[in-house]
Design a protein around this ligand. Structure first.
Ligand code: DX5
Ligand code: ZN
Length: 216
């Protein structure tokens, strides 16, 4: 599966969104973290910032919904035509039908799992998934440290996916120092906030990530 880099806009200077997105034009996706202050202990942004990002950049959007009741807002998020809408395994009661609704809206469907959430249930809904996101920190905040035990989970998940066309995304504490290990474990899609936007030159940092990926 092709390696893809998804800078998390949460780590950008939102007072200069256009300028910040200009620096990550070479990314594959733009990761948008929606937090509701209920499912996670933090509030970020919703449609106004997402539509602003859409106006400033041609990079496809990758919307990560850390919220309860995500199933009631799917049409709204789909209206910006993101590549992915990802909901949380722990926050959606009827997960399979929610994933189906996302696909019915013409958007690729993703599910995100918190570090402690087992992979078991995914086995039965693999046909409904375009992306599995493994949280490699606890959701809620950017800039946290990668949880090393997640490497094993990435390996297990990669085995579960097998040769199905499902992207394996990791989110939280990702950067050039753990990228090679995660690629070896089977991840192909990398969300990175503070490492990319905190770099002196975010464009060059993304290229550095790509170079590491090419080395395999
Ligand atoms: C965490 C968010 C992440 C976060 C990643 O709850 O889902 O996408 O923005 O930020 P870094 O790369 O700084 O850990
Ligand atoms: Zn995220």
């Amino acid at each position: 599966m092709e390696i893809r880099i998804s800078p998390s806009v949460l780590a950008a200077d939102l007072s200069n969104l256009r300028g910040e997105l200009e620096k990550v034009k070479n990314a594959d996706l733009l990761h948008m973290d929606v937090m509701d202050g209920n499912y996670v202990p933090n509030i970020t942004f919703g449609m106004p910032v997402i539509t602003a990002a859409k106006r400033c950049s041609d990079v496809p959007l990758d919307i990560h919904l850390m919220m309860n009741g995500a199933e009631h807002f799917l049409a709204e998020f789909a209206s910006v035509e993101p590549e992915f809408i990802t909901v949380h395994y722990e926050a959606v009661t009827h997960l399979q039908s929610t994933l189906r609704k996302i696909r019915d809206l013409g958007i690729k469907a993703g599910v995100s799992l918190n570090p402690h959430t087992p992979l078991n249930g995914l086995k039965y809904i693999l046909d409904d998934l375009d992306l599995i996101m493994l949280m490699t920190v606890n959701p809620g905040f950017g800039g946290q440290k990668f949880i090393p035990a997640m490497l094993e989970k990435v390996r297990d998940c990669s085995e579960l996916i097998g040769d199905r066309p499902i992207e394996l995304q990791v989110d939280g504490g990702i950067g050039v120092d753990n990228l090679a290990d995660l690629i070896k474990a089977g991840a192909n899609n990398f969300v990175a906030g503070s490492s990319i936007f905190g770099a002196e030159d975010p464009t060059a940092y993304i290229e550095q990530m790509r170079a590491i990926a090419r080395q395999g």
